[in-house]
Ligand binder design. Structure first.
Ligand code: PMP
Length: 400
């Protein structure tokens, strides 16, 4: 059987397996585990009753193939959402996708030839760089700090690479895994560089709507409306529910035509009943009140996590302080400096807490002393318990 498969294009193509094996290990646990690992809204915070109500009426009789670009009724709601967010777009730019992942897949599929250079943030979303690798890209990680991607580091990186990037993949707002947001100045500069290099900027924005602090940051698409090189990828996975598998892309109309053709060859269209369900949910005006209910809870959870990390670890960790989204990024320092978070993982799990180790988010397996924590899934009490468990495991692993 394995003889039938093309070899992986890179040993890091299988990087997703690090998350899968952590998840499988997690699923096999029968004891109580505080779950800081997965990036999904907790089930108690999903709008289940509202979705059930929307789906009960909307799905009826909707079992045929649909429009590959997405059901017009849903596209209309997506246009309304974009206008409400101050980033109006047009129907010929929008294609409904099967989750944000399909948007990323389309972006890399349409722009890459094997061997092309792609720049990503280091660290970045595992499945983002795994998708680039699956199309044969050579992926280079660029540094990030509290203001997101260090855009001024890109020219040096490109010079050392000796060639121009075909694409730059970024999660500018509430980044996965760090939670940081790119400053406006850097966004503008990034667009300038991309234009100079003729590189596609893949703007992955699943979390932008989930801002609980600070002033809104304009999306790249908003700074440069109609820019032919900005490929925006969105999803309802984090604002409504990930099992829906509904997202969209907002791209140049010519690119969108290519994407529609590519999507036809992938899955013909996103599930029709589910698109009607989501459209009905949006038509009933359910999204904004739902997100407004979530935001204070997420802020409370993020604050609880920062407070507990500070109380329990003190100067033995540094952590980011996100203004939205799901994650913060922790690096061990001082007494715990250099602690290997992959080695720590089984100990942490035995102690009853799960996270994702740093190397899952890098192309070269670096950032071994860092890890990603999802604060969105657990109550403040559970967060306090989880952080204490993490400290016990870290002290034991470091001591042993
Ligand atoms: N991009 C980022 C940055 C994500 O965090 C996620 C979900 N973890 C996705 C894309 C994929 O979204 P979806 O579940 O809608 O495919």
């Amino acid at each position: 059987m394995t003889r039938l498969l093309a070899p992986p294009r890179s040993d890091r193509e299988l990087v997703g397996s690090l998350i899968d094996s952590s998840t499988a290990l997690l699923a096999a646990q029968t004891h109580d585990v505080v779950r800081f690992a997965m990036g999904a809204p907790s089930e108690d915070l999903m709008p289940i009753a509202e979705l059930d109500e929307a789906f009960a009426t909307a799905r009826r009789g909707r079992y045929d193939y649909g429009d590959s670009a997405g059901e017009p009724r849903l596209r209309e709601q997506i246009l309304r959402l974009a206008a409400e967010a101050g980033a109006p777009t047009r129907d010929e730019r929008v294609l409904v996708t099967t989750g944000g992942m399909q948007g990323l897949d389309l972006a890399f599929k349409l722009c890459l030839d094997p061997g092309d250079l792609v720049i990503v943030e280091a660290p970045t979303y595992t499945n983002g760089h795994a998708t680039a690798l699956s199309y044969g890209a050579e992926v280079l990680g660029a540094p990030t700090d509290a203001d997101g991607l260090v855009v001024d580091a890109l020219p040096g990186l490109v010079e050392r690479a000796g060639r121009l990037p075909r694409a730059i993949y970024t999660i500018p707002t509430f980044q996965n895994p760090t939670g940081v947001t790119m400053s406006r100045e850097r966004r503008v500069r990034l667009l300038e560089l991309a234009e100079r290099w003729g590189a596609l900027v893949i703007e992955d924005d699943p979390y932008g709507m989930l801002r609980f602090d600070g002033d809104p940051a304009p999306s790249l698409a908003q700074i440069a409306p109609d820019h032919p090189l900005v490929f925006q990828v969105r999803t309802f996975s984090k604002t409504i529910a990930p099992g829906l598998r509904v997202g969209w892309i907002d791209v140049d109309p010519e690119l969108r035509e290519r994407a529609v053709a590519a999507k036809q060859a992938m899955d013909t269209c996103t599930g029709v009943p589910v698109q009607h369900g989501v459209a009905a949910f949006l038509e009933a005006g359910r999204l904004r009140p739902h997100v407004d209910r979530l935001l204070p809870l997420y802020r409370e959870r993020k604050d609880a996590m920062r407070r507990e990390l500070d109380r329990v670890f003190g100067d033995r960790v540094v952590a980011t302080d996100p203004e939205g989204g799901f994650f913060l990024w922790l690096t061990f320092t001082g007494e715990l400096g250099g602690l290997d978070t992959e080695a720590l993982f089984p100990d942490a799990l035995a102690e009853g807490v799960a996270y994702i180790p740093g190397p899952a988010f890098t192309v070269d397996g670096s950032m071994r002393d860092a890890l990603r924590l999802c604060f969105a899934t657990s109550s403040p009490e559970r967060i306090a318990e989880g952080v204490e468990r993490l400290a016990r495991a870290a002290e034991r692993t470091a001591g042993g």
